[in-house]
Structures are given as structure tokens and as C-alpha cells.
Design a binder for this molecule. Structure first.
Ligand code: TXA
Ligand code: MG
Length: 320
């Protein structure tokens, strides 16, 4: 075992909360069978108690602690995509703590693909881990983001920058069809190779099947907007322009401005996704008023990360 991990294993076993790296975003982890530690996760994050947590496992055997039954489709999803950025909802058994499921009949599980965290979980047992940010703010994709939100209150296991930078895809199986509750790096196209995707549109309701979707998410204090078609509409004062490939070369400024930052990812979608929350956080550090992002919604833009990016950006725009 890597000796780097020993103090973190001890802390988890002692009931402490520890920030852990994953391939998507950092998680705020506690032992999945320790209700006191899990309570602390909710209070540290200021997370509403009706928003359930994902349990992270390192081995398929660890599933049995939590689930009632395993359908062939569940097995196929696990075999195909774990370890990896896919969270799967399973029917929960009666022992799973209700503070984990927020009282829902399902429990969310995933096997993250990060060597340090997998080794940690092999030693501690399964961990709950919501994203390691204060609720409503952009998720943490680097150790210093976790520090920004929680200071020295919690230990941070440093696993570098997260590979994807956006949270996992959340999927549920209903009547042999798949429902994507949150798009991520495992795409609709990946999933429909396994089973048909449900076209059921979830009605707006007080208790949606995946409660996290109803909360304000991923939003910096700065206003986020799609780049207007006419660049003269941009308020250049105190703004950040994030371009995937097209717009920022047309926009220049000779004015003296409080702050003006232009970022061009030169067509690199993965870098765009990986750095999105870091850009949001940097904009807030610099007290920026507006973040303009190249409008990637039209069909000329195609990439596996597109759905997840559009989803997170739109949530940051509407602050829904
Ligand atoms: O990539 C990720 O999934 C990261 C890393 C740390 O693993 N975690 C993460 O957790 O994003 P969190 O808590 O920020 O988002 C979990 C989402 C929420 O939208 C929550 O409502 C949903 O998963 N969820 C959790 N358990 C559920 C359940 N039993 N039924 C429906 N939705 C559930
Ligand atoms: Mg979150």
C-alpha cells in the first residue's frame, strides 16, 4: 500500500471527512456506514438533506452491502463502464442508511477510476462522496478548489487535477430502459449500445427521481452567458471570454478595462471541460461581472462531452 494513504485511511476509519480525488471531480468522503460522519458531510457542504449521496466502491463485491437485486442490465452497465464516470441507481436494500439515500428506494453507486482513491476504498470500505464544494458553487477539480471552500477543516488527499472535470453520468434503469438523470463523460451514445434510452420526459415535480437536478448548481457569482452573435453586445469590462474554437479571435479590445481575460481552447473539448469550473472559480476571485462562453449548442458542434458541457453551462446560466 502507498504510505501516502495511511493517514487518510486512519482518518476515515476514525469517522472523519476527507476530500478524495476522482477522475471526474473531487469528492467529500465519509464512511458509508457512519451516520455521524455522513451528517458532517451534509453540514460542511450546506447540502439540503433531501439530496442523496453516491456511494463509491473499489470492487464489485462491495455492492452486496447495499443492494437488493442485480438485474442483467445492471451487470452489463457495471462490466462495461466501471471503473469510470458512470453512477448507476440500484434498488436499495433495507440496511442502507436513509441519510445516504434521502429516503429514496434507490441507492446510487459508482466505482471511480482513480488509482489512489480505489486503493483508499479497498482499505476503508465503501465511501459516500458528493462533490467537494459548498452546495450550489462549482465543483472542485483541483485540491486548491477544495481548500478554497473548506479551508483546513478537512484533510485533502492530493490526486492532482481531475481528468474529466465534470461530474459522472447518472443513469437509472426503468422497465428495461435507461434514463439519464445527469449527462457526463459516459454519453447517451455509449449507453444506448447497452439498452434503449427512455424518451420519457420527467414532469416538473417537487420530488424528481434524482433530487440533485432541482437545485441550483455549478454557478459562480459572476453572470454566465452564451456569447452573443453580435460581439458588440459584449460588456467587456470585468469579463472573461471562453472560446472553444471560434469567437475570441474576432474580439479585441484597445480600451483600458478593469479586467479582460480571453481563453481559447483551440478546439480541445477535453481541456474546455476539464477547466470549466476552474475558470468559473477564477472569475470569482477576480470579481468579474460576466463570463461569456462560445455557444456550442448548434449541430455544427459535435463531441462526446457536448451534452455534459451544455447541461452544466445552462445550469450556471439559469442558476437553476
Ligand atoms: O462525479 C461524481 O459523481 C462526483 C464524484 C465525487 O464521484 N460526485 C457527485 O456527487 O457529483 P453529487 O452529490 O454532487 O451529485 C450526485 C447526484 C445528485 O444529483 C443526486 O441527487 C444524485 O446524484 N443521486 C444520488 N443518489 C441518488 C438516488 N438514490 N436517486 C437519484 N439520484 C441520486
Ligand atoms: Mg455536486
Amino acid at each position: 500500500m502507498s504510505s501516502q494513504l495511511e493517514p487518510y485511511i486512519k482518518r476515515i476509519k476514525n469517522g472523519e471527512v476527507v476530500a478524495i480525488p476522482t477522475e471526474t471531480v473531487y469528492g467529500l468522503a465519509a464512511h458509508a456506514w457512519n451516520p455521524v460522519a455522513i451528517n458532517r458531510v451534509y453540514s460542511l457542504k450546506n447540502r439540503p438533506s433531501d439530496n442523496p449521496l453516491i456511494i463509491h466502491i473499489a470492487h464489485k463485491d462491495q455492492l452486496d452491502e447495499f443492494i437488493e437485486e442485480l438485474s442483467p442490465l445492471h451487470k452489463e452497465l457495471m462490466n462495461r463502464f466501471w471503473p469510470g464516470p458512470l453512477t448507476i441507481l440500484f434498488p436499495a436494500n433495507s440496511k442502507v442508511l436513509s441519510i445516504v439515500t434521502a429516503g429514496l428506494p434507490t441507492v446510487a453507486l459508482r466505482m471511480p477510476n482513480h488509482p489512489l482513491t480505489l486503493e483508499l476504498i479497498r482499505n476503508t470500505g465503501p465511501l459516500v462522496a458528493p462533490s467537494a464544494n459548498i452546495s450550489g458553487t462549482p465543483s472542485a477539480t483541483k485540491p486548491n478548489h477544495v481548500y478554497e471552500d473548506f479551508g483546513s477543516e478537512i484533510a485533502i488527499l492530493d490526486g492532482g487535477s481531475c481528468d474529466y472535470g465534470l461530474e459522472s453520468t447518472v443513469v437509472e434503469i426503468l422497465n428495461n430502459e435507461l434514463i439519464i438523470h445527469r449527462p457526463g463523460a459516459i454519453t447517451a451514445e455509449d449507453l444506448c449500445a447497452i439498452a434503449p434510452l427512455s424518451t420519457r420526459v420527467e414532469p416538473a415535480q417537487a420530488a424528481p427521481r434524482s433530487p440533485g437536478q432541482k437545485y441550483r448548481h455549478y454557478a459562480p457569482n459572476a453572470r454566465v452567458e452564451w456569447m452573443p452573435e453580435n460581439p458588440s453586445m459584449i460588456e467587456k469590462d470585468a469579463c472573461m471570454l471562453i472560446s472553444l474554437k471560434n469567437f475570441s479571435k474576432n474580439i479585441t479590445t484597445t480600451e483600458t478595462l478593469t479586467y479582460f481575460e480571453q481563453l481559447d481552447w483551440q478546439g480541445d473539448w477535453l481541456a474546455f471541460a476539464k477547466n470549466l469550473y476552474d475558470c468559473f472559480r477564477r472569475a470569482d476571485h477576480n470579481n468579474l461581472k460576466t463570463i461569456y462562453i462560445e455557444d456550442i449548442r448548434s449541430s455544427e458542434y459535435q463531441h462526446p462531452m457536448k451534452d455534459a458541457l451544455v447541461n452544466r453551462i445552462e445550469k450556471a446560466i439559469t442558476r437553476a
